[in-house]
Design a protein around this ligand. Sequence first.
Ligand SMILES: NC(=O)c1ccc[n+]([C@@H]2O[C@H](COP(=O)([O-])OP(=O)(O)OC[C@H]3O[C@@H](n4cnc5c(N)ncnc54)[C@H](O)[C@@H]3O)[C@@H](O)[C@H]2O)c1
Length: 251
Amino acid sequence: MTDTRTALVTGAARGIGAATARRLARDGYRVAVLDLSEEAAEGTAAAIREDGGDAVSVGADVADEDAVTTAVAHVAQTLGPPTVLVNNAGILRDNLLFRMTTADFDDVLRVHLRGAFLMSRAVQAHQVEARWGRVVNLSSTSALGNRGQANYAAAKAGMQGFTKTLAIELGPFGVTVNAVAPGFIETEMTRAVAERVGVPFEELLAAEAKAVPVRRVGQPDDIAAAVSFFASEEASFVSGQVLYVAGGPRG
Ligand SMILES: NC(=O)c1ccc[n+]([C@@H]2O[C@H](COP(=O)([O-])OP(=O)(O)OC[C@H]3O[C@@H](n4cnc5c(N)ncnc54)[C@H](O)[C@@H]3O)[C@@H](O)[C@H]2O)c1
């Protein structure tokens, strides 16, 4: 990279987002760490700065249009125009269809899909101006269908259509758009699943690992590595793709 570029990672206070923010900082990007609260995001930003990187923390709800506009403008001013965007923020509201509330459905689609839409629309202005950019969206193996996740599966399948469409629209401006679809990753999100179903987390991890061809669950750094590839200069001819990172061929 000739000039240092700015990457913005949503939901980066912890888990996959935090690992991705740290990885992109090691790759040489300035990194905006965005999460619901600036205080939560600051932990990751501080860790990046301690490692010698350049990072700011930003508090915003990705599904709040005004907050997104303000956040992206703030990042552009303090770190430089964001040209790499990782749409990672996400929530779960699992339930079987007959028990799923309308709020469970709306909340999940709101954060994943509306959030990715608002963030991408705000960031594309900077990418188009720079005639260069990368968008990486977080999908999931759940896009293929998963019991108890009608809302989340719809959102994560939606992320794939969103990815392919942005790849077509933004390609002429030097912007690639791809998705990473993780399998089971050890994070607070999956810890919460264990709590909800009343299984000790270690037991859930062991059971999940048995079902994965490489016989382990994923770690946040496994996903960060895939995002790093899509964000790289070398990946400039790869666009509109969905990479399943799941320890096996699911997808
Ligand atoms: N953990 C897995 O097994 C797994 C598998 C497939 C896909 N994913 C996806 O990867 C992404 C990260 O997952 P994770 O396991 O690290 O989750 P996590 O729950 O550990 O972290 C998600 C982060 O997103 C933030 N967030 C939630 N709503 C937000 C909003 N409206 N605005 C801004 N930030 C918000 C949370 O505060 C949190 O810091 C999600 O999109 C998730 O759906 C995770």
